[in-house]
Design a protein around this ligand. Structure first.
Ligand SMILES: [Zn+2]
Length: 463
């Protein structure tokens, strides 16, 4: 049998550090050669003249088919990873949520029952620890060494559901550091938010605007600083997910002054959207997420943070709900399922608003959409770059094509777009995942089950 091979001719290859024109030869699942005028003959050839080629995107923050607030996020592992591929994201990291009182292993089994054999694109899991005790502690080593799950998510918010206290946080950090993993955090002050939500409800303030007003900047700045202090004390590698605001980023900036290394992720919506969207009555529910959208000055902080190297990753926190589901909170903002759809458009939006509009460089774009996530989460250099023996995960991208984002043309399983009518410059044309053409001519060529679970290596917070 003839082995699968693919030759991509004359593309402009962009990595986190390079920018050059070359051919890429792929055999089976790996990149086998890169160079000018490669002599190899391939089973299939793609002409990528005038196109850019990026490493496949990695979105390390998505929630597919997730039980939350009495419902499930509306993208399954199949529809979510397929939509991701359409937008150039070839690998996602989803979150397993431990049920308080139960083991981590039980949660893994539960999540696997929904994810396994259902993914189109590659995937991995973070393990969210919501109940750290002597039994949980014994499971950490197994997750890192046997399951290839090396990052442990914590919630300082969602009191009574997902939140852990500082005592559990310190205990978890000590164990995770010892075993070679990383602790990641949703850093907002759960007690304070709980108080503000109750206060607004008592006062009959029930519109989506009060979701925003119940989570002011200080709730995030305070928790980020506390998390960073605990990570510094324990020496545990720490990563803050979906950081949104100036106060929180300044807590991280301050930590660098004592030579601490803290890893920061923001999400595409916090760079592009702001809290004025909550003033549109119930329509604002489309953007009800935690933390909420912030102010213009916070967007400026985050763009600057990317260029200063403080913000390492741009993810999505993709967690879609259909309008019917959002309407569960029509009379009470605290019952609106939190989350918005973005998995498909992260790369095109960031390219258009960031690179095309001159806010970040091309290399930085690759760094924050792919390379840094691969390094931070133990997948580099298999993922996150274009190099010999790396997985052939590639995005062939037209930097000039203009198009408009709309729910009528997206592939996510959700009935609205958070970016309806946005005009973007730059389009994903062809996507390759482990040597196979995944997307071509707006069509997905892979079946569910092609997506592989990626076991990750130990990590130490240094990239
Ligand atoms: Zn999330």
């Amino acid at each position: 049998m003839r082995s699968m091979s693919l030759l991509i001719k004359n593309g402009r290859v962009i990595t986190a550090s390079e920018d050059y024109v070359a051919d890429i030869f792929i055999e089976d699942e790996k990149i086998k050669a890169i160079g000018k005028d490669l002599p190899m003959k391939a089973y299939e050839t793609i002409d990528a003249s005038d196109m850019m080629i990026f490493p496949g995107g990695i979105d390390p923050h998505v929630h597919l088919d997730m039980p939350f607030m009495g419902t499930f996020s509306s993208d399954t592992y199949e529809t979510g990873t397929r939509a991701a591929l359409h937008g150039g994201t070839t690998t996602v990291i989803d979150f397993i949520l431990q049920k308080q009182g139960n083991s981590l292993k039980a949660a893994l089994g539960d999540w696997r029952s929904r994810s396994d054999n259902n993914c189109v694109g590659d995937y991995s899991f973070h393990m969210a620890v919501t109940d750290f005790n002597e039994e949980t502690k014994k499971e950490i080593k197994h997750f890192i060494e046997e399951e290839g799950i090396t990052s442990f998510k914590t919630f300082m918010a969602y009191k009574g559901a997902l939140m852990i206290d500082d005592r559990q946080m310190i205990g978890l950090m000590e164990e995770v550091k010892k075993q070679g993993g990383m602790v990641t955090v949703h850093a907002t002050n759960g007690d304070m938010i709980d108080y503000l939500v109750a206060k607004h409800r008592d006062e009959g303030k029930l519109s989506p605007l009060y979701h925003y007003l119940s989570q002011p900047e200080v709730t995030e700045a305070e928790a980020s600083e506390r998390f960073v202090d605990m990570a510094n004390y324990t020496g545990c590698p720490g990563y803050i997910v979906h950081l949104t605001c100036e106060g929180a980023l300044n807590a991280v900036r301050n930590a660098t002054r004592r030579n601490q290394n803290v890893l920061v992720e923001t999400c595409i919506q916090y760079l592009l959207l702001d809290a004025s969207l909550y003033e549109k009555d119930f329509d604002g529910a489309k953007w009800v997420m935690s933390p909420p959208l912030r102010e213009k000055k916070d967007q400026q902080t985050l763009w600057a943070g990317i260029n200063q190297g403080l913000v390492k990753v741009v993810a999505t926190d993709h967690c879609p709900f259909n309008w019917e589901q959002k309407k569960m909170g029509e009379k009470d903002f605290s019952k609106i399922p939190n989350g918005h759809p973005a998995i498909e458009h992260r790369m095109e939006l960031l390219f258009s608003e960031g690179v095309h509009n001159g806010k970040i460089t091309l290399n930085k774009f690759v760094e924050v959409t792919s390379t840094n996530a691969a390094k931070i989460f133990g997948m580099f250099p298999r993922k996150g770059t274009i190099g010999i023996d790396s997985d052939a995960d590639l995005v062939i991208f037209d930097p000039n094509e203009k198009h408009t984002i709309s729910a009528s043309s997206h592939h996510m399983h959700v009935d609205y777009s958070a970016y309806e009518g946005w005009k973007v410059t730059g389009k994903v044309k062809t996507v390759v995942l482990r040597g196979k053409i995944a997307v071509e001519n707006n069509e997905c060529k892979l079946e569910k089950g092609y997506g592989q679970f990626i076991k990750r290596s130990k990590v130490n917070g240094i990239i």
